[in-house]
Design a protein around this ligand. Sequence first.
Ligand code: GUN
Ligand code: ZN
Length: 426
Amino acid sequence: MADLLIGQVLSYDGNPMTEGVGVARHSARGGVLIENGRIAAVGEAEDLRRAHPKARVTDYGDALISAGFVDAHVHYPQTAMIASWGKRLIDWLNTYTFPEEMKFSDPAYAREIASRYFDLTLSNGTTTVCSYCTIHPESVDAFFGEARKRGLRAYAGKTCMDRNAPDGLTDTAKAAYDDSKRLLETWHGVDRLSYVVTPRFSPTSTPDQLAAVGALWAEHPGCLMQTHLSEQTDEVAWVKSLFPTARDYLDTYEAHGLLGPGALFGHAIYLEPREIDRIRDVDASLIHCPTSNTFIGSGLFDMDGLSTSGHRIGLATDTGGGSSFSMLRTMAAAYEVAQLRGRALHPAELWWLATQGAARSLRADDRIGNLAAGMEADIAVIDLASTPAIAQRAVRAADIWEALFPTIMMGDDRAVRAVWVNGRLI
Ligand code: GUN
Ligand code: ZN
């Protein structure tokens, strides 16, 4: 049975960061036809009704039908310790993060948190995430098991660390390779799941471990590889002292086979000119995590400079270094951070970054992140008047962008009216 969703519809014919906001396509009374888990057609509501009289119609009125949000960098194991007070990156990891991640040796705890995490992200309209797990293979099984139950397209990998972390939270170069390989072979390509090779960051991996996971990635070039890069100045200085012969932070990855298309670098705030050029030349992705970068006190990502120079950029919560599960809240923070650097991101750009842009950073924009025929039917329906404060501002909007911006800046999970995953209402 086909489903026809009716409401305001927002989709994109291109990248508004580089081609201008004219590539956004809005229909005030549009429709999205879903068949067999995919989008079969997008158009004017009345045209689709006439052409598909047997489709089951759900009319969302003035609500906005959009691709579901894509969150390109998260740590699902940090769900229960989100919003932990008062530390900067390295202290924050040692004080809050590592003790919490230790608990994921218990498969029951890992399943409980994975289930809670997906309940939270789905209620926020996020239909795909790319997550770090912990060093425990059980944490990866829990993530993919819960994602699969919900029919989600999802990305994750075992976090590899063999130094500068507590006992009980380290593996070895060989165990990182063997465990990651086994998990990759178990999960990659099952339903809508993808394995991501995941060295945490250079300070917690020996050169031997970086080389081992680099070798694994070379054997599976169809997988993504995710890690952290240049998030705080103390961290950058620490990397320099741990890798005295490296040209820069990026080189600690590059020298071990961990730079290429399909690499995802989280944060990327303090980049040197060589790093900026290399990342663009290989077309790797930079993942902007604005609520995290303000919460942990990291700094201001150069969205204007990096998007103008043609970098592939995704948007992400970085839960629980980030202070939210909501991509609306994350768009608001991206707006504020860009404002502090002198660039006002347009609502069409912000929404694109949280949907198609994030999907593009995961190299999945041919399947998710946009409403178009042939795409997988992962959809969020957004109420543009979800609170009295938003409603009283939106009511005087002259166009869709003015109507959308108050929800971007002030919205949260109350704005998410419905979520469809793989063509099914959840
Ligand atoms: N760098 C290495 N690990 C982490 C992490 O868990 N969160 C953040 N924000 N940065 C990191
Ligand atoms: Zn992170």
